[in-house]
Design a protein around this ligand. Structure first.
Ligand code: BG6
Ligand code: MG
Length: 211
């Protein structure tokens, strides 16, 4: 019943959500800000400056815009070091099969990541040509949980939002899909992804006939 499936990247197709976590943790701790997995859950799907603001709000001092830009840059350098050695072996189990299933069923594939490193990660994984449309995060004004990025993907795929299925591991990402008027498949735990229409533990369990 769907005409397109729009995937998130970090934490869905590959485990870069963990690399973002490590890079932010290193930065936060260098600023004396406490950082753990539970707090990190709020950062998933949120863009770089938005994440930094959430982290610094837990600290004890205020930062100038220049200081913030420098910190964001430092985090990005930590992150780029972590992704530099990625290969197609870093695709999460089931990811390639899910992409193949969607295309074999005659549906379009889209990618909606707010990461400005998404094209690099796709190239390292060798899967750029498996998407009919990849949103350029640099052209998105509003980060997830705003629906803009999923709506942009649908529009460029030429499919109405109601005919799209979105796949996400982040609370903010599921909100973005639902507020775009799409069907949401969450990847992770149902206790966390409460707004998803269905939750699966990984793409290994992705199956179009279930939705
Ligand atoms: C999202 C991640 O996909 O991209 C976030 O879930 C990350 O953790 C965001 O902060 C922005 O990524 P980047 O690569 O532009 O800093
Ligand atoms: Mg994600």
């Amino acid at each position: 019943r769907f005409k397109a499936v729009i995937f998130d990247l970090d934490g869905v197709i590959t485990d870069t959500a963990h690399y973002h976590y490590l890079a932010w943790k290193r930065l936060a701790e260098s600023e004396g800000v406490p950082f753990d997995e539970a707090f990190n859950e709020h950062l998933k799907g949120v863009d770089r400056m938005g994440s930094l603001d959430l982290i610094l709000a837990r600290g004890s001092r205020s930062y100038t815009q220049d200081e913030k830009l420098a910190l964001a840059d430092t985090k990005n350098r930590h992150y780029q070091q972590l992704i530099a050695t990625m290969t197609p072996d870093d695709l999460l189990p089931g990811a390639l099969r899910a992409l193949e299933e969607v295309r074999a069923a005659g549906l379009k594939t889209g990618l909606a990541s707010v990461s400005k490193n998404a094209f690099t990660v796709l190239d390292r994984l060798g899967i750029r040509d498996r998407f009919d449309y990849v949103v350029d995060a640099a052209r998105i004004a509003n980060s997830k949980p705003h629906p803009e990025i999923f709506l942009t993907a649908a529009q460029n795929l030429g499919v109405a939002p109601g005919d799209c299925l979105g796949v996400e591991d982040a609370v903010a990402g599921v909100a973005s899909i639902k507020d775009a008027g799409m069907y949401a498949v969450g990847v992770g735990s149902p206790e966390v992804l409460t707004r998803a229409d269905r939750v699966i533990p990984s793409l290994q369990k992705f199956s179009l006939q279930d939705y």
